[in-house]
Design a protein around this ligand. Structure first.
Ligand SMILES: Cc1ncc(COP(=O)(O)O)c(C=O)c1O
Length: 525
């Protein structure tokens, strides 16, 4: 997931808290907060616009002027709903949201004494621009907040809950394993069975297990560097591959620099960032034979959605092989798009595959596959404690018995071909519904569609790279839509992703989502 707008949201929530101790901020406060937030968003995008000062009335006027300015900066590039209507709707919905979530607010007050921003992990607050929500439980496709509100979850915890909540097929083996011991720092039979299942499903014979896809990608980089004797890495604009210094980088127009604060900046030198769907750029970068690994998703899923051009991924395989560069297909997200991921669907070839997220049904679990040559290499360069130093792989809880039991059950009982066919049909239904909204409201928009994943593309043509894809990430509109939907029992996708049909969703859940999107778009047109 990318961190678009994360810093803004934190300051927004803090401002809300400063507005008073009541669970419901006064109308004037909310109005001020909405204005302030929009100034910040505008200034972050168009630094020429300074933050205005003055009374609320004067600010409002200035705000309107800037909104007009901002919406005319890139005429026709993408559909932009009326900013004032978006802001006004957002304000109304925030008031309603605050009124429905008093217990969450009380928990936030307690939580902020013990956790920065009141959450155990910064994304849980930084992804959302509304006051914090705390969860009491979940079942199937829904979760419930501590105030008793239910939400049909279209974000499915950024694809880590694609199986749904409280999955019966996983419960029994998990409980059994937990009773027997969650981890022994020794393997169990479940690991053998899960690795065989993954080999059959994904076409790569050897597997290792970690706690998160970040850890899997980190190990893949080390192995690729060790095998090739090269240091550099290629990733593509719009990527997210985890919490890794080398991949938390961006191109600033001249060079690759850290994408966030607090990074050393040293690892950026090892990374080359290129536009997706540009084989010539990759070929040119590989010419010097300094690149150990090309790391890519088969379709970019962390900046709305970018599909590969026909032949692009095959071309990537060809030129990486020709230059002795390793290729990793990161299917942490796309594994949930099709049975066997996009690797199987599109018959892709690679040296490594990364998996994670929903595969562990919400447990901390990820995996990576490798060819037999790489598997042999890893075995020959095992780190033998205090005797022979090998490749730096592993972690205390990696491959633990509990997560292996869970993965085995998920692979055997939940992720069946029939189940994937069912959720793909739901995804098509959602995409058809979104296309119908565009037609009905005469919007120059269309649906993203791939298997169970969809979403509203704000350009008439589908994007081919990050620069085009980000036009569909209208932060203001998506913030307002999230609160609008939450107030009506749906948990919308985060800004970088699209809504996705999970294995727990029913037709009616999808139809309800499309209906709400229709109503929302009508409201802001
Ligand atoms: C494609 C991709 N790879 C890797 C990761 C990192 O996963 P994790 O947060 O489990 O480390 C993500 C997370 O969103 C991802 O989208």
């Amino acid at each position: 997931m990318t961190g678009v707008g994360r810093d803004l949201s934190v300051s927004f929530r803090h401002t809300i808290d400063w507005s008073g101790h009541s669970t419901r901020p006064a109308k004037a406060d909310l109005s001020r907060l909405v204005l302030e937030r929009h100034y910040r968003v505008l200034v972050s995008r168009y630094p020429v616009l300074a933050v205005p000062t003055g009374s609320v009335g004067a600010r409002r006027k200035e705000f309107d002027r800037r909104i007009e300015l901002s919406t005319t900066l890139a005429p026709g590039a993408a559909y932009r709903a009326d900013r004032t209507r978006v802001a006004e709707l957002n304000q109304r919905e925030l008031e309603r949201f605050a009124a429905r979530t008093g217990r969450s607010k009380a928990l936030l007050d307690r939580a902020r004494n013990v956790m920065p921003a009141g959450t155990p992990m910064s994304w849980m607050s930084g992804y959302y621009m509304h006051p914090q929500l705390y969860v009491a439980g979940g079942e199937g496709a829904r979760f419930f907040d501590v105030d008793g509100n239910a939400y049909v979850d279209m974000n499915v915890a950024d694809l880590s809950a694609t199986l749904g909540y409280g999955i019966p097929a996983v419960e029994e083996p998990m409980v059994r394993q937990f009773r027997n011991g969650a981890h022994y720092l020794l393997p169990t039979e479940d690991a053998v069975v899960a690795a065989h299942s993954l080999g059959r499903l994904m076409g790569l014979p050897f597997w290792q297990f970690t706690l998160a896809a970040s850890g899997a990608n980190t190990e893949i980089m080390r192995i690729a560097r060790h095998i090739t004797g090269r240091r550099k890495l290629i990733v593509f604009e719009g990527k997210y591959h985890g919490h890794i210094e080398e991949t938390l980088v961006k191109f600033d127009g001249e060079r690759v620099v850290p994408e966030y604060q607090g990074l050393s900046g040293r690892r950026s030198e090892d990374t080359i960032i290129l536009p997706f769907n540009d084989l010539d750029a990759v070929a040119a970068a590989l010419e010097s034979r300094e690149v150990a690994l090309v790391l890519t998703e088969p379709a970019l899923t962390n900046c709305s959605l970018v599909l590969p051009d026909p032949g692009y991924l095959e071309g990537l395989r060809r030129i990486t092989a020709e230059t002795g560069t390793m290729l990793c297909i990161d299917e942490s997200h796309t594994f949930s798009f099709a049975y066997g991921g996009l690797t199987r669907l599109w018959n892709l070839q690679s040296d490594f595959i990364t998996l994670g997220k929903g595969l562990g049904s919400g447990l901390a679990f990820a995996a990576y596959g490798m060819t037999d040559t790489i598997g042999d290499h890893v075995e020959k360069h095992l780190d033998i404690l205090h005797r022979t130093p090998g490749i730096g792989l592993g972690g205390t809880l990696y491959g633990n018995a509990l997560s292996m039991a869970c993965a085995r059950a998920v692979l055997e009982h939940v992720l069946t071909e029939d189940a994937f066919n069912r959720i793909s049909a739901l995804g098509s239904r959602m995409a058809d519904g979104i296309d119908a909204i565009s037609r009905d409201l005469d919007l120059p928009c269309r649906a993203f569609r791939i298997g169970p994943r969809s979403g509203l593309c704000l350009t008439p043509e589908l994007p081919r790279n990050y620069a085009e894809a980000r036009l569909s990430m209208d932060l203001d509109m998506l913030d307002a839509r999230r609160v609008f939907m939450a107030n009506r029992g749906y948990w919308d996708c985060i800004v970088s992703a699209g809504p996705q049909a999970s294995f727990a969703h029913a037709k009616e859940d999808i139809d309800g989502y499309v209906d709400l999107m229709h109503e929302f778009m009508k409201n802001i047109k």
